[in-house]
Design a protein around this ligand. Structure first.
Ligand code: UTP
Length: 306
């Protein structure tokens, strides 16, 4: 049996799209830099990439979004999670025109480290377990795309999988994938979302893939062609996905992020508060210090620092 990949050395983060669904917010601010409660959208992708073991993160940028590069710099250290403290190099590739996701990935040809690589679409935020790490642990061969069930009426917005056998389990063998099928013509209700494990051969295919839906070079079209020679797996991830390329999705992600931060604070280690030097004995009963500001009673068990 093939050994599982536990580490993806290269992860591509395409961030050169138009962001037209997020106008007017994206008129002067890149979609990838909009805040999700306390941090920009793209920071989630960077952390996920590092947690998956990336040594090199390739960010696809464009001239109209210089702030992405200013924000990220040339190395990244995860701010959270298991891999916190492990640095990765960040390299930038310029996509001159937003010709589609497939074209954005093609711009990275010759820049990936040997072996399969990951792609994280930053505006698809997946909270919960790191999706890219989950996929890398389950990956055995060929290519893999994160998958989730969507309502029938939404299938026209996604790449939709076709299956040869039963649709069950976490890793499901796939026959093919259709980008944004017209209403009523979707082969299933299982949709591709923005996490991929791809083989370097995809670059050759992308170079020959004609423009597809929306007049753009579609990554899913190239992956569909590749299924003729390499197996494709749909991976049902455990986290919750938020489409931060829409106003509603961004708001929902911010609310979920706020809730998860509050939960972390509630579970932070406890310590016994030491009475403050400024704490005035006489005002203790009133819960105020000598300066009159509100003060915790000294005996109260407080949460540790954030
Ligand atoms: P989207 O499909 O959300 O496209 O891209 P978009 O152009 O950004 O958004 P809308 O449809 O106009 O609102 C998914 C990811 O791929 C990147 C985007 O920046 C986003 O992170 N992308 C897309 C590119 O890097 N280049 C492209 O040509 C298209």
């Amino acid at each position: 049996m093939t050994q599982p990949i536990t580490r993806l050395k290269t992860i591509i983060i395409p961030a050169a799209g138009k962001g037209s669904r997020m106008l007017p917010a994206t008129q002067v601010t890149a979609k990838e830099l909009l805040p999700v409660y306390d941090r920009p959208v793209i920071q989630f992708a960077i952390d996920e990439a590092i947690e998956a073991g990336a040594e090199r993160i390739i960010v696809v940028v464009c001239d109209s979004k210089p702030a992405i590069r200013e924000f990220l710099g040339d190395t990244a250290i995860a701010s959270t999670g298991m891999a916190a403290g492990t640095p990765a190099e960040i390299v930038y590739v310029n996509q001159k025109e937003p010709l589609g996701l497939g074209h954005a990935v093609l711009c990275c040809k010759g820049m990936t480290l040997p072996g399969p690589f990951g792609v994280i679409l930053p505006d698809d935020i997946i909270l919960g377990r790191s999706c890219m790490s989950e996929m890398a642990r389950s990956h055995r061969e060929g290519q893999m795309i994160a998958a989730m069930k969507v309502p029938e009426e939404d299938t026209c917005k996604y790449g939709i999988f076709t299956f040869c056998g039963p649709v069950s389990g976490i890793c499901i063998p796939v026959n093919g994938i259709v980008e944004k099928p017209p209403r009523g013509q979707a082969p299933s209700s299982i949709a591709a979302v923005g996490r991929y494990i791809l083989q370097p051969m995809i670059f050759e295919i992308l170079g020959q893939t004609p423009k597809g839906a929306g007049g753009e070079v579609q990554l899913t079209d190239a992956i569909a062609i590749a299924t003729r020679s390499v197996p494709l797996t749909a991976f049902q991830f455990s986290g919750v996905r938020y489409d931060c390329g829409t106003h509603d999705g961004l708001l929902a992600a911010a609310i979920a992020r706020q809730a998860s931060l509050k939960a972390v604070r509630m579970n932070a280690p406890l310590f016994i508060a030491r009475p403050s030097a400024r704490f005035d004995r006489n005002s203790k009963a009133h819960g105020k210090d000598s300066a009159g500001s509100l003060h915790e009673p000294a005996s109260r068990v407080l949460r540790g620092p954030k």
